[in-house]
Design a protein around this ligand. Structure first.
Ligand SMILES: Cc1ncc(COP(=O)(O)O)c(C=O)c1O
Length: 390
């Protein structure tokens, strides 16, 4: 950055927590119901309302728990295969792996980072049971093509919407297009409950069944027990419940969501307009499909080949200048040590996913940024890139 500019500290993400969230937590602590209470139920209703019909929501202890629950509910088991994106958070894939099934990786398209529908058919075998996709950085995947392929092969579709609260395809919220979807409320996500997640489905019966499996598979909830302590277990289940404290925070956070989404969109557009003219940036991950609405989780720039190998140095220089960045995601999942050891990985596999992992930088667009912060980010990125190019 120019020597005249004062150094700032801009975090990549920062949860927006105010008096209302603090009051909500105190309200729960002053009562006696910490779990099994009305807050989770209310939060689920309000989340469904935000998504629009036909949403049925089930609060969960994390996004990972909701993903695990998805495949547990589907009965995915050893011998089965599930199509997964090579470019995603490991959780999208761990959820398949933990069920003993085999994840079959498919590369992404370079413009958005989303799974490439044209490569899915070739990865399907008679053992394939489901497609588990991610809406990468909040940009909806190509659901028309994915649903057409799933229909043709009779496959279930699990949507990982951890970064995609507010993302829509032709007005329909993601997570309600496939058979089920999951959300994460980890602190740097659009809204937070500290840890937490949501399972959603357009099928009420699926949501009901998951609600039971989320709480040990008991036949009646705590509040439905006429004789206290008396219940039966009718199926296998886990304890993936959200607490009342988390749900109370979530209920406040969801009221902030429309403003959060507007702010993210404006910040994204402001940065994109100026960054796209910088020589040294190949492109910005985004979609120009007018039928989709991104939730603008962050803004990932893909570096041009001429400076791509300088990515880590650029990140370090930005860090030194106080600009928080991240990498989404640091490796294509099949290159992570666990998956590499189990399924093998060769240089040149999944070229687009690899390029995004190795040559992109994720910049913040969250509501914690002021216009001055955005201008500072632009100045720093432009200066650093100019320096490494020279
Ligand atoms: C795409 C994606 N899916 C799932 C998860 C897991 O969510 P959680 O941290 O709530 O378990 C994450 C990470 O936070 C993610 O980025």
């Amino acid at each position: 950055m120019s020597t005249m500019t004062e150094i700032r500290t801009i975090p990549f993400g920062r949860p927006i927590i105010g008096e209302e969230e603090r009051n909500a937590v105190m309200r729960i602590l002053q009562g006696h119901i910490l779990t099994h209470g009305p807050e989770c139920h209310q939060f689920e209703e309000e989340f469904s309302e935000f998504m629009g019909l036909p949403a049925h929501s089930v609060s969960m202890s994390s996004g990972m728990a909701a993903l695990h629950m998805s495949y547990f509910h589907l009965g995915i088991s050893p011998g089965d295969e599930v199509i997964v994106p090579a470019q995603t958070h490991n959780a999208t894939v761990h959820a398949v792996e933990i069920m003993g099934a085999k994840p079959v990786f498919v590369d992404c398209v370079l413009d958005t980072g989303n799974i490439d529908p044209e490569k899915i058919d070739a990865a399907i075998t008679e053992r394939t049971k489901a497609i588990g996709l991610v809406h990468f950085l909040g940009i909806p995947a190509n659901m028309d093509s994915i649903m057409e392929i799933a229909g043709r092969h009779n496959l279930k579709v699990v949507e990982d919407c951890a970064l995609a609260v507010g993302a829509r395809v032709e007005g329909r919220h993601v997570g309600l297009i496939g058979d089920m979807g999951i959300y994460s409320f980890y602190p740097v996500k659009h809204i937070t409950t500290a840890e937490g997640g949501m399972f959603v489905s357009k099928h009420e019966s699926t949501a009901k069944s998951v609600a039971s499996k989320r709480a040990f598979g008991v036949d009646r909830t705590f509040n439905e027990r006429k004789i206290p302590g008396l219940y039966d277990v009718v199926e296998l289940g886990l304890n993936y419940r959200m607490s009342e404290l988390q749900a109370a925070i979530g209920r406040v956070q969801i009221t902030r969501l429309p403003d959060i989404l507007t702010s993210r969109k404006q910040n994204f557009q402001y940065l994109k307009t100026q960054l796209q003219n910088i020589d040294g940036i190949s492109h910005i991950l985004d979609s120009n499909n007018p039928d989709i609405e991104s939730s603008h989780y962050c803004l990932s720039i893909l570096l041009a080949d001429s400076i791509a190998n300088e990515r880590d140095n650029i990140v370090l220089e930005l860090k030194e200048a106080g600009v928080g960045t991240s990498i989404y995601y640091p490796h294509p999942v099949p290159r992570l040590s666990y998956y590499r050891a189990k399924y093998g990985y060769r240089e040149g596999d999944y070229p687009n996913a690899t390029r995004i992992s190795d040559h992109s930088i994720a910049l913040p667009v969250g509501p914690h940024l002021e216009r001055d912060d955005l201008d500072y980010i632009l100045e720093c990125v432009s200066d650093v890139i100019k320096r490494v190019k020279s």
